[in-house]
Design a protein around this ligand. Structure first.
Ligand SMILES: N[C@@H](CCC(=O)N[C@@H](CS)C(=O)NCC(=O)O)C(=O)O
Length: 190
């Protein structure tokens, strides 16, 4: 089983952590240039990572990869509440990845324009909701939704993509798990 991705992508890191005890090969790509981009274009028309290759069966998208592996490994399915948690996490992740790409394209994303405001509002609103869920104990197990939330919060800090100061419970959750071996082994800063 080969997992194609990069060390900095939070969508890839969640699967690397979740697969910590499952044998797989991680293929670290430079998705924005050169041969790796050509490979990605040939193999995955969405031109996004992660992508899984399981003995010739290719799967796109972290959420679908998770479902595929859950079935293959006979792991328990997520509850609908957990699916909604993942949707919140993915919504923030998608918005902030877009903001990062805009920044790299020389846009001032702090500007008061509608598109930037919508992304900031979504991030604030969803992060507040996730902070409340952490406070209520919904992320107390180190399971897939918690891993995804950890990867999001750690990536926001790493890329400095949003002010997290008011999200005390999210920061505490991140700090609680930061020294786990699978977290340090996949830290995007190294
Ligand atoms: N819905 C996708 C999102 C994946 C995604 O946005 N990956 C980013 C890296 S963090 C990417 O490949 N971006 C390339 C691009 O947008 O051109 C998933 O869950 O796998």
């Amino acid at each position: 089983m080969k997992l194609y991705g990069s060390t900095t992508s939070p969508f890839v890191r969640r699967l690397r952590i979740w697969l910590a005890n499952v044998e797989h090969e991680f293929i670290n790509m430079e998705i924005f240039e050169g041969e790796d981009r050509e490979l990605l274009a040939r193999r995955n028309p969405t031109m996004k990572i992660p992508m899984l290759d399981d003995d010739g069966q290719t799967i796109f998208d972290s959420r679908v990869i998770f479902r595929y592996l859950t079935e293959k490994l006979d792991y328990p399915r997520l509850s609908w509440a957990q699916e909604n948690q993942l949707t919140l996490i993915d919504a923030v992740n998608d918005s902030l990845v877009q903001m990062l790409l805009l920044q790299r394209s020389d846009f001032d994303t702090k500007d008061d324009r509608m598109y930037f405001k919508l992304q900031r509002e979504r991030a604030d609103n969803a992060l507040q909701h996730l902070d409340d869920l952490v406070e209520q104990g919904h992320f107390s197990d180190w399971n897939y939704p918690t891993i995804c939330l950890f990867c999001l919060i750690d990536w926001i800090e790493f890329r400095n993509m949003h002010d997290l100061a008011s999200f005390r419970h999210l920061l505490a959750m991140r700090n609680e798990h930061a020294q786990r071996i699978e977290a340090t082994a996949t830290d995007p800063r190294h």
